[in-house]
Design a protein around this ligand. Structure first.
Ligand code: V4E
Length: 219
């Protein structure tokens, strides 16, 4: 069976009162607004997130984000590595049997992929450690193939994301360039990574685990 995977390259940014106006001025097309609840799962010992693996259920679908194996050849020149440093890159797996296999490999549990969801979760020792709702307004810069999301999480946190979705093995360099150009058009000047929703959620709700992820350079 062929399992199609994609890679998400994204740059988070601080949005402000002018962001909407700027998006309009640079010709971004509004794709609409939607609301979703995310539930994130891990073992009680956090086997997955300590490996930078993020298992979640959104709108009834399972998704696993895990690290890509970075291609060193992609990060040669100074400018390029700066662009790469501002962005995160994760492989996204949405095929449940494949997710179950990865979870089994990385959490030392003893389940087989064919099981029912409930029994898979309990036998894999997966518990929900984070749950929040997001209102997302999405825009596209069609000529670049870039999507911009403005997120508002229900625990009082706002963040913007510029993202490009690639097929696995796709051109990461050109995705980074598209994101850089879009960041320029939006007038983003910062050169520090901006924290995402999960980052803010863990800081507030799981401070010990948050500290551990920071010390292991996962966040
Ligand atoms: C914390 C985390 C992950 C889970 C959340 O992923 P994120 O892309 O922030 O969520 P969201 O809701 O925007 O998902 P989308 O709708 O875009 O699919 S996945 C990886 N991490 C770690 C992480 C990190 N170390 N640094 C940054 C800047 N972001 C995430």
């Amino acid at each position: 069976q062929l399992v199609v995977m994609s890679v998400e390259v994204e740059r988070k940014f601080v949005c402000n009162a002018d962001t909407l106006k700027t998006l309009e001025e640079i010709g971004a097309v509004c794709l609409g607004q939607r609301q979703f609840c995310d539930q994130y799962f891990d073992t009680p010992k956090f086997d997955l997130t300590l490996k930078d693996m993020w298992l979640r259920k959104r709108k009834g679908c399972w998704e696993l984000k895990c690290p890509t194996t970075a291609d060193k050849a992609e990060e040669t020149s100074g400018e390029q590595s700066k662009a790469a440093a501002m962005c995160s890159r994760y492989k996204e797996i949405t095929n449940l049997p494949e997710i179950q296999l990865r979870v089994k490999e990385d959490s030392e549990t003893e389940t087989s992929p064919s099981q029912e969801e409930e029994s898979w979760m309990s036998r894999s020792n997966l518990v929900c450690f984070a749950e929040f709702t997001t209102v997302r307004r999405s825009f596209t810069l069609e000529e670049e193939g870039v999507q911009v999301d403005l997120d508002e999480a229900d625990f009082g946190f706002h963040v913007g994301e510029i993202e490009v979705l690639l097929p696995e093995g796709g051109d990461v360099q050109s995705a980074l360039e598209k994101i850089e150009r879009t960041a320029g058009k939006l007038g983003l000047t910062g050169d520090k990574r901006v924290e995402g929703k999960m980052h803010a959620y863990l800081r507030r709700n799981h401070p010990e685990h948050f500290a551990r992820l920071l010390s292991e350079h996962i966040l």
